[in-house]
Design a protein around this ligand. Structure first.
Ligand code: AGP
Length: 610
């Protein structure tokens, strides 16, 4: 999703801005741009469609410089990806601005500003803000006051970086629903939508809070809250390393991240289990007392993280813990009944997903007992706003299609189910068994990765397909959903997952020899029922791809059955292990199709708009 970088310094900031944009590339975008105020007080702007490299090439032809500047990667919402719609947007030669998020009342404002004589060059909601600030600047003569007045009129979730021709020593930033951070240098300051963009220039950050507007100069900054009161926000030092993850021997980040799973799963368990038991201190100070009061759990997340939540519901219920799971975009607009003793659990790789954050805020406002974030980014909004935190330790995930973040989420959720299960139906013996199976997980995932070559061959059968069905039951239904999402995201093949028992209630009509049907079949109480469901597929001539536990005795007559043996794996960790071959399948199909594996079309890594 869109990325913002801004800088005010004594040196030319264009290289800093460009490097910042490169570091935000993983978020997904379709155009990029940069604007500076040069020493002759001219606003200069260069924009390009496509990758940041295209912008760099454009800048080589048309160099600009300045000690004050803003830059942006745009993920199109209002108006197609084009140079005209790319940020920064300007109003005359006075104001330039970059914007993340959505201005919901832009149509009314556009009509009003058009009436006042402002001419619009783009189809974006952003340009409205540029003109609105320019208009206020005319009236108030001060950039900070102009931004404050303009922001007061905006409805929506956004963050902004603004510069103007008449104030060369000022960068103004605003946050309302979309993350923004100030980077602190020596005699220079920066802004960005993600600390990672600024790590080459600073490790010290101040995170703006909702409604904050920052007035930033080379020597300092002042933050004003939504009421205009000057406030202090805590300074944090990032523990992240500045190094950009490289692909190592792998062709894509996604493949590298798939192969990192044994390590990051072990990291996620590290220090959290001892002597065959879970250490509850991993949830933070005071967690045990809070967990004692939990009567039920609301799990809320989006996309892949939601699939992790679906798996967790089975795990929690099996141990007697009432649990519901919902996508955040629905939960936030329902009127969920939050009964006494409800723990709100959010799951998010980025910790910045707009819907998940809104759902958390809503649950807190409705008086949930407590909130727990399962997240991969320590400095994220979700982590900062949640009472308890269980970090996944997947390391930076660059591929837009989430892989290692998902499996480490499952590990974290398994730990949560043990913690809550202890207070319900989980016995000491069973806890010890679950913990020992968790400990075996890195080796089990390693074994699943060894199937890579077999899966690469299987992928050939998918590359020319337009549709695919994924089947599973129990926790594996959620795994099938995740496998279908991975295939859709990076290979652009339409894939849908069904609970295998639902097949005969409709989707069976789709089955013919051209429809690949993939089924995940671990060794558990539901396996015979799944095999019966698969007979229905075979009877209709469907081509079957069966990822089955190596301990199972399964045979299907005739051709058109591809059997991949996984494990054997115990059922408690099977969702993690069976996910791996599905990730590899999606990856190899995408490679065969020649898609942009790490940055698939239309998608963003961090979905900061609703
Ligand atoms: C996963 O492959 C997707 N890119 C997407 O579904 C993602 O899981 C979703 O947007 C939620 O993101 P989050 O985990 O950062 O909240």
């Amino acid at each position: 999703m869109c990325g913002i970088v801004g800088a005010i310094a004594e040196r030319n900031v264009v290289p800093i801005l460009l490097e910042g944009l490169r570091r935000l590339e993983y978020r997904g975008y379709d155009s990029a741009g940069v604007a500076t105020l040069d020493d002759a007080r001219h606003l200069q702007r260069v924009r390009a469609v496509g990758k940041v490299q295209a912008l760099a090439e454009q800048l080589a032809e048309q160099p600009i410089a300045g000690r004050l500047g803003i830059a942006h990667t745009r993920w199109a919402t209002h108006g197609a990806p084009s140079v005209r719609n790319a940020h920064p947007h300007v109003s005359g030669n006075e104001v330039a601005l970059v914007h993340n998020g959505i201005i919901e009342n832009y149509k009314e404002l556009r009509a009003e500003l058009t009436e006042l004589g402002y001419v619009f060059e783009s189809e974006t909601d952003t340009e409205v803000v540029a003109h609105l600030i320019a208009h206020q600047l005319e009236r108030e003569g001060d950039l900070l006051a102009a931004v404050q007045s303009a922001v007061a009129r905006l409805i929506g979730a956004f963050s902004l970086g603004v510069i103007c021709r008449r104030e060369p020593g000022r960068l103004v930033a605003a946050r309302q629903g979309s993350p923004l951070v100030i980077g602190i240098g020596i005699g220079e300051h920066f802004i960005a939508s993600d600390v990672f963009a600024l790590l080459p220039v600073t490790q010290s950050f101040v995170f703006l809070e909702e409604g904050d507007i920052a007035d930033i100069s080379r020597s300092g900054f002042t933050i004003f809250d939504h009421s205009g009161r000057a406030v202090q926000r805590p300074q944090a030092v990032s523990a992240q390393s500045a190094g950009v993850a490289d692909k190592g021997p792998y062709r894509h980040y996604m493949l590298k991240e798939i192969f990192e799973q044994p390590t990051v799963i072990a990291d996620t368990l590290e220090g959290r289990i001892h002597d065959g038991r879970l250490l509850e201190s991993c949830f933070g100070v005071g967690a045990s007392a809070l967990l004692d009061q939990v009567r039920q759990v609301h799990i809320v997340a989006c996309g892949t993280s939601y699939h992790a939540g679906l798996v967790a519901r089975y795990w929690l219920e099996e141990l007697g813990v009432p649990a519901s799971v919902e996508v955040a975009s629905e939960y936030r607009y329902r009127d969920p009944v939050i009964a006494p003793g409800t723990l709100f659990v959010s799951i998010s790789q980025s910790g910045e997903t707009a819907d998940t954050l809104a759902a958390l805020r809503g649950a807190k406002a409705r008086g949930c007992l407590g909130s727990l974030a399962i997240c991969n980014v320590p400095e994220s909004s979700l982590v900062r706003e949640s009472g308890l935190v269980l970090m996944t330790r997947a390391g930076r995930e660059i591929g837009v299609a989430s892989t290692k973040a998902f499996t480490t989420q499952l590990v974290a959720l398994r730990l949560l189910s043990i913690a809550l299960g202890r207070r319900h139906a989980l016995t000491l013996e069973r806890e010890q068994l679950l913990v020992s199976e968790l400990t075996a997980l890195p080796a089990q995932v390693e074994a699943a990765l060894a199937l890579n070559k077999d899966i690469e061959r299987l992928a050939e059968a998918f590359a020319d397909k337009h549709h695919a069905l994924f089947l599973g039951r129990g926790t594996q239904y959620a795994v099938a959903m995740e496998g279908a999402l991975k295939l859709k995201e990076i290979s652009y093949i339409h894939a849908e997952a069904y609970a295998a028992g639902e097949l005969k209630h409709g989707p069976l009509a789709l089955v013919d020899p051209t429809m690949p049907v993939l089924c995940v079949l671990p060794d558990n109480a539901l396996q015979e029922k799944v095999v019966s469901n698969l007979q229905e597929v075979r009877a209709r001539g469907g081509e079957l791809f069966l990822f089955a536990d190596a301990g199972l005795d399964v045979h299907f007559e005739g051709s058109g059955v591809h059997l991949l043996r996984v494990g054997p794996v115990s059922d408690s960790i099977a969702p993690v292990v069976f996910t791996v071959p599905l990730q590899l399948l999606a990856y190899h199909v995408a490679v065969l199709k020649g898609t942009d594996v790490d940055q698939p079309r239309n998608l963003a890594k961090s979905v900061t708009v609703e």
